[in-house]
Every structure is written in C-alpha cells, then in structure tokens.
Design a protein around this ligand. Structure first.
Ligand SMILES: Cc1ncc(COP(=O)(O)O)c(C=O)c1O
Length: 394
C-alpha cells in the first residue's frame, strides 16, 4: 500500500485515459448520450459509479472521490456540495424514525442544529454525550441506537475522543460510528483502522486549502456504501465538476501544506502557552493537552487549528486584542493558507457537559505565514489587551 504522500500525488488520476494529461480534466455535462436504446435502458448500479447523468457525477467527481477513498483506506467515497451536507447525508443514510442517535456534545454546532431541528421532528431521539466518555458510551447505547456521531477533536474546544473505545462498544451492538474528521484530514488519520464506519470531511477546509471552495466528502466502509450512495442520490446532491477539480488540485499539496500548518501552529501554540495573558492552549499536539496521548496514539499529525483560553479580561479588552490584529482575519472557516481568529462561544451549544472556561477563548487558525510574524502580531495584540485591562483598572 503506497504511503499517504505517494497517494496524494497519484491517487485519482489516469493520464493514459485522458490523452496523457497529468490531471483528470473538468468534465462538464448534464446529458450522457448512448449509441442505442438498449444501452440507454440497460440497468445501472449507481454504487459502481457509471457515467450516466451529470447529477450522478462525472469522471472529475469520481477522480476526487477515488483519491479520498484511497487515502482514508475506505471502500468508496462520495462528494457533496459542502461539509454540512456530508454530515447530513451520513446521518440520513443510517438513521430511521424511532431510533436513538448519540452525538458528541462538542460537535460542529450546525450539525447539532440539523439533529435538533430536522432529525428530532422526524422521530429520531437525539442524545448528546460527553466527548470524553470513551468506553463509557456503552452505558448510553440502547437497542434502538442507530448511530454514534463523533468529532475528534471538537473544532472549537478540542477534546480528543477515544474513537477505538467508542467503536468497540458500538460495534459490539452492531451500531455504526460516524466521525467528522475535518480537523485531522484524510492525510493525518486512517479512520477505518480506528473503527469508524463513515468518515466525513468538510473539504472546504484543508482539502481545498485556499479559502475559495465549498465541498464535502463522505467515505465509507463496504457495509455503509450502498445506503450513503443511495441517500446522496435520493436527496439529489450534486457537486460541480469544477469544484471537484479544485478539491483534487488541493489534495495534491495537502501533505506539504499540513506539515507546515502543524509546524507553524506548534510554534505559535508553544509561544502562547508561555504568555502571562494566556491561561491554557487547547491543542492536542501539545504535550500538556489532556488529549495528547490519544492524539499521539490515533493520528499521524495535527492541523493548524486550536483555541486559547485567556485569563479573565472584559469584552472591551478582548476586542482590542482581536480587532487590531493585522495578519489574522476575523471570519468563519479555516484550513486555507491564511491565519484566522474568532471568539469561541461554545457554551450555548452544550447540553451534556458545560463549557465554562476561566476567561474568554479565541480560536486561531495558523496559516502558512512565517510564524515569527504571527507571533509578533499576537504579542502586539496582547499588549493592547494588557493596556486596555490596565486602563479599566484605573
Ligand atoms: C468541523 C466542521 N465540520 C463541518 C463543517 C461544515 O463545512 P461546510 O462549511 O463546508 O459546510 C465545518 C465548517 O466550519 C466544520 O468546522
């Protein structure tokens, strides 16, 4: 089996099939013409990805899907229009009315929104669990539990989940484990070896890598491929071949980008840890992080996203810190080449556990800039915070 870097360079392309072109070209189509009525009417198995109609994918779509499936060690993968739709498809594929769903309390909040606003009225009982539950999940499993949904680490609060322990308990009762693996990416993890049945990515983040693309992808083991593919068909999700091309282009450099994001993030995180204004840095790649042992055991690396809990300061001082940063954009998403910052408001999205940090928290995405420049920008920001705090105390 080729190593991840080799797969990034070679998976999902076939120059011999495309006049020697290195990259699988953008195939745009709605209609696919057949030579005879017999050929047109012949039964087609969508799970085998025939080129049959634009909505069902083109060779560009299939090339992207194949690359992700091979990287993750999945049976197959299917692209969706964005990361949230990938989560939705995966949940709809496995759940039935009357079933019970376990969702990590740290899950991406719009995924929770879908569970609460859409699945619950359809008769699925949604229960949130402590992301640190590990093998204790066994106590929450019921005869009608239809799935366990994980996100490790949570992309705001960064708790590492013990996926192998959760999967062992769930599988003992025939229950599938779904994981949002956007943070770790298909490059730094082999989720199917950890026991995940369905692996979900917002390709919008690191796979695209340039903050200019919305795409999702769901990879499955053999057992869940048919229901996932059927669900994508039934809900009529389709992805533009241009977007699949961009995602595949992003994948080619995922490894080099991620290694740099990780290196830069570690440097900035270690520096932040030593600053007097900082209480804690929530980044599983740090030895001091409570999830470090699990991260080291289960993943091959860390991406560039982490949160920082500051020592208590008022909102005005926090705003002076964040608003004046020159190299950190204030905005949603992450995984692009550039650094970002947002204020973490996780408490309203907790029901099974409490998020009560000792001070305000910010989430940083560390981009590919020189970390010395990022550190200088953050130091100036912390000086502003300090000055605002001192002024407030007269
Ligand atoms: C962990 C995680 N999963 C899923 C998504 C959804 O991705 P998209 O914005 O492409 O729908 C996001 C987006 O922020 C995310 O952070």
């Amino acid at each position: 089996m080729p190593k991840p870097d080799t797969l990034l360079a070679h998976a999902g392309r076939a120059p011999e099939a495309h006049s020697g072109m290195v990259n699988t070209p953008v195939f745009r189509t709605s209609t696919v013409i057949h030579p005879t009525i017999e050929s047109y009417e012949a039964p087609r198995d969508l799970t085998k990805k025939p080129v049959s109609y634009g909505r069902h994918g083109t060779p560009t779509t299939f090339a992207f899907e194949e690359a992700v499936a091979r990287l993750e060690g999945a049976h197959q993968a299917v692209a969706t229009p964005n990361g949230l739709s990938a989560i939705i498809v995966a949940l709809l594929a496995v759940l039935k009315p009357g079933q019970h769903l376990l969702v990590s309390d740290s899950a991406y909040s719009p995924a929770r929104g879908f569970c609460d606003r859409r699945l619950a009225p359809l008769g699925v009982e949604v229960e949130y669990y402590d992301p640190l539950i590990g093998k204790g999940i066994a106590d929450l499993l019921r005869d009608n539990t239809g799935a366990v949904f994980c996100e490790s680490p949570g992309s705001l609060t960064f708790e590492m989940q013990d996926i192998p322990a959760i999967a062992a308990a769930a599988h003992a009762r025939g229950i599938p484990v779904l994981a949002d693996n956007t943070w770790v990416t298909p490059y730094f993890a082999s989720p199917f070896e950890l026991g995940v049945d369905i692996s979900i990515h917002a390709g919008t983040k690191y796979i695209g890598g340039h903050s200019d693309l919305m795409i999702g992808v769901v990879a499955t083991n053999e057992r869940y491929w048919q229901p996932v593919r059927q669900t994508v068909y039934d809900y009529a999700y389709s992805v533009s071949p241009d977007d699949c091309y961009q995602a595949l282009r992003g994948l080619r450099t995922l490894g080099v980008r991620l290694k740099q994001h990780e290196k830069n993030a570690l440097e900035v995180a270690r520096w932040l840890q030593a600053q007097p204004e900082v209480s804690r840095v929530l980044y599983p790649a740090l030895e001091s992080d409570p999830g470090h042992a699990i991260w080291k055991r289960d993943y091959r690396g860390a991406s560039g996203l982490f949160s920082v809990v500051l020592k208590p300061v008022d909102e005005a001082a926090l705003a002076r810190f964040v608003n004046g940063l020159k190299l950190f954009g204030i905005g949603s998403s992450w995984g692009g080449f550039e650094s970002l910052i947002t204020v973490v408001h996780a408490a309203p999205y907790r029901t099974a556990t409490r998020w009560q940090p000792e001070g305000p928290a910010v989430r940083l995405h560390i981009g590919l800039e020189d970390p010395a420049d990022l550190i200088a920008d953050l130091r100036q920001g912390l000086d502003r915070l300090h000055a605002a705090k001192a002024a407030a105390h007269g």
